[in-house]
Design a protein around this ligand. Sequence first.
Ligand code: NAI
Ligand code: MG
Length: 422
Amino acid sequence: MPPERQDVLRELAERVRANNDEFTLLESLDSGKPLDVAQGEIERAISYFEYYAGLCRSIEGKQFPYDADALIYTRREPYGVVGQIIPWNFPFVMVSYKLGPALATGNTVVLKPAEQTPLTALRFARELQEVVPDGVVNVVSGFGEEAGDPLTSHQEVRKVAFTGSTEVGHQIMRNAANRTAPVTLELGGKSPFIVFPDADIDVAVESVAGVMYYNTGQSCDAPSRVFVHEDVREEFMDAFLERTQEEVVGDPLVEGTTMGPLVSEAQYEKVTGYLDIGREEGATVAAGGGVPEGDTYGNGWYVEPTVFSEASNDMRVAQDEIFGPVETVITWSDYDEMIRQANDTEYGLAAGMATENASLAHETAAELEAGNVWVNKYATLPPGVPFGGYKQSGIGREHTRETLLAYTRCKTVDIATDRSPM
Ligand code: NAI
Ligand code: MG
């Protein structure tokens, strides 16, 4: 029942809090995140477990007064077994995003962490063992094809939730379609950030750089296409390049490092490949563009924070999700054309803008095809606020009350009340 589930989720949050340092170190070692970044994410996961603990108390049905001789009501029931597959970019945060709503609604779960970063999920399984009844949560690590695919095609997995690449998202949807299992998908992005001529440039620079370089650019909602108005282009670029130079690339375990390596060799090959593609397409390398030199970097998948300027929206570096610290800057002058280009992408996860004009901000927010739009800030996602994509960026909204609906089925019960008394 919901009160017991609430206790369970609270207890899980407490146990992570009590072992915060251990979770932080594991997360950093596994993913290459600087320690303070990893710490922030463990705390974020704790706050999501607590949020979903609270949401347990908001599960409710409805009653329909449309027949005088009947009591008609709905129940929200769990699916049973839910399959959840998560990626490597925010390993433990993703555990909280996925387990939170599934447990709050009374489902059982098979959770598959990413093969690159299973450690915090496996460490958490030890706590789960002591807090959750046997069989309720099963952490199954493994590769996508061997462990993920069977999970999404299994007849008895009644609902599937996935965060990862759009390509695998399509495959998962096809598998689920064979048995009409619902899916929630949180996929890729190529999010625009618009700098208007009246923007506070410091705010614009920090909104973009603070997320683009966070986690070495491996965020689905990274603002990876900047549309800067020609009147402020120079001012913005000067400040943005200066901010880019402030990134300290290096060992994640050394204090002061702001940017660790990419997660894996595959990701390194992908990102450095795009550094070449950008040059070949004729974008200007305004910063970075390569791999840092020196012994410190001998054994890591490091890349330099990179800015491509003089880019156009049809270049591959402006269309493809690179998933590395690579910013693409496009200059604009005509509002309608800029909006058209901002929306001219297969993705629609997020968008941002910097302007001091409130009316313009509302108008532009309405015109952008994106599930989340930030103004004079970027990617703040407090628990409770919906997150999710338009177009190829996904289906469903996470982190909010509506998420509970995705983890429950609606049953309508209609009872005749006009029977004569016994
Ligand atoms: P991926 O989508 O292949 O992997 C994500 C998760 O899906 C992992 O747990 C993986 O084991 C699993 N998986 C892989 N193939 C599967 C299959 N056939 N059936 C079921 N599960 C499967 O992503 P990958 O290859 O690690 O990264 C490639 C690109 O995807 C990245 O460069 C980035 O552009 C994008 N990506 C987006 C993420 C997001 O937050 N939306 C997260 C991770 C990657
Ligand atoms: Mg893959």
